[in-house]
Ligand binder design. Structure first.
Ligand SMILES: [Zn+2]
Length: 377
């Protein structure tokens, strides 16, 4: 392609991405309003939306009925009937979860494979589940597959380290693409949950999601972008030492965040002294507030979502954490602390979030794929 053509193609791809982001997940915007918001001429807006209609990315849902002068413009929304995205989440112990998702990020079908070992996952099971999802999508064209992994994943989709799956240096993206012949995007499960919370829950453009389970980890979104970090380890706070004289941790060190705040540890504390449940959870919330206060002060976030079982992250925990953040972060010059809330998307957060990552990454490539004839079906 000539340089001029490449530039034109880049601009078209960027416009498609920008239009898609305005419509995602469920906005209804007239063609003329969309053009205005994107700063495009009438002709350019027509060209972009025509292309998106041809590729079944968006659909027309009727004329703009608001009164106004001139020709009425068509109202546009994302087309949920054509493309399908597949998603697999490995972050829940004892189960591999899979879903078929539409372009709005809604689950249209789902399946799962039970697993007896919470500390291991067979890659063959992941491939089998993915094949099942391909079958479930039927004749619908598959945009791509997302795999959410509880561990460290590089930009090329290699799983560097996933302790709870027993995986190290596994080229997951390559192996799944070879097996399925569709584009695959492998990502961190907590990052995926944060993405779902932003689009379907209460997450803002500057937010953090803290997941408390068998491990403790966080994900960070700054100015609308997920922060991966230099070594794809941003948010990996589980084995940061809080107190070198603290309790032993499974990693061999003492006093790690996880040694205090994992669900395993909190449930054990509560089982040992059920009457002190509220006190234990308030104390755990206060501790997390103390641990996070400096980072949150540094970042000036809009909100923090807690992704934890309901019997852990209840009012006691949230109030404990809120109180601690409030006294640590507010002063006579500032009283802004991030809004603290439970993750609203629920147990499908990573499953849906990884599908959203696939959608946002691959929608702009639809045109080149169909032109090359490389799209499936
Ligand atoms: Zn540790």
């Amino acid at each position: 392609m000539s340089p001029t053509k490449t530039v034109a193609a880049d601009i078209r791809t960027r416009n498609i991405m920008a239009a898609f982001r305005l419509l995602f997940p469920a906005a209804r915007i007239s063609r003329s309003e969309l053009g205005r918001q994107l700063g495009l001429s009438r002709m350019a807006a027509n060209e972009v939306t025509r292309e998106m209609l041809d590729e079944h990315i968006i659909r027309e849902i009727g004329e703009d009925t608001r009164t106004g002068r001139g020709k009425r413009s068509q109202v546009l929304a994302i087309d949920t009937a054509h493309w399908r995205v597949l998603s697999v989440d490995l972050s829940e112990p004892y189960v591999l979860k899979g879903a078929v998702v539409d372009l709005c990020g809604r689950i249209v079908d789902r399946t799962e494979i039970p697993s007896d070992d919470p500390e291991r996952a067979d890659f063959e099971d992941v491939t089998a589940l993915s094949r099942q999802l391909m079958d479930m999508a039927g004749d619908a064209p598959v945009l791509g597959l997302g795999l959410a992994v509880p561990g460290i994943v590089d930009a090329d989709g290699n799983v560097i380290h996933a302790v709870h799956l027993g995986w190290h240096d596994l080229p997951a993206r390559q192996r799944l693409e070879d097996a399925l012949q569709v584009p695959v995007l492998v990502g961190n499960a907590t990052d995926a949950a944060l993405l779902a919370e932003r689009h379907f829950g209460e997450g803002s453009d500057n937010s953090m999601l803290i997941r408390i389970g068998a491990g403790v980890g966080a994900s960070l979104c700054v100015n609308g972008e997920i922060v991966e970090g230099q070594h794809y380890m941003a948010g990996e706070i589980g084995h940061v030492v809080v107190d070198p004289n603290g309790p032993d941790c499974a990693c061999g060190k003492r006093g790690c965040v996880e040694a205090y705040l994992s669900t395993t540890n909190l449930y054990a504390q509560i089982a040992a002294d059920p009457a002190a449940r509220i006190e234990i959870l308030t104390g755990a919330g206060q501790m997390l507030g103390r641990i996070m206060a400096v980072s949150l002060g540094l970042l000036d976030l809009g909100d923090v979502a807690l992704d934890a079982p309901a019997d852990i992250a209840g009012e006691a925990f949230l109030n404990g954490m809120r109180g601690e953040l409030s006294s640590a972060m507010t002063s006579h010059t500032s009283h802004h602390i991030p809004r603290l809330h439970r993750c609203q998307v629920g147990s499908d957060a990573s499953l849906r979030g990884q599908a959203i990552a696939v959608i946002h990454r691959l929608v702009p490539t639809i045109r080149t794929r169909t032109a090359d004839g490389t799209a499936t079906h």
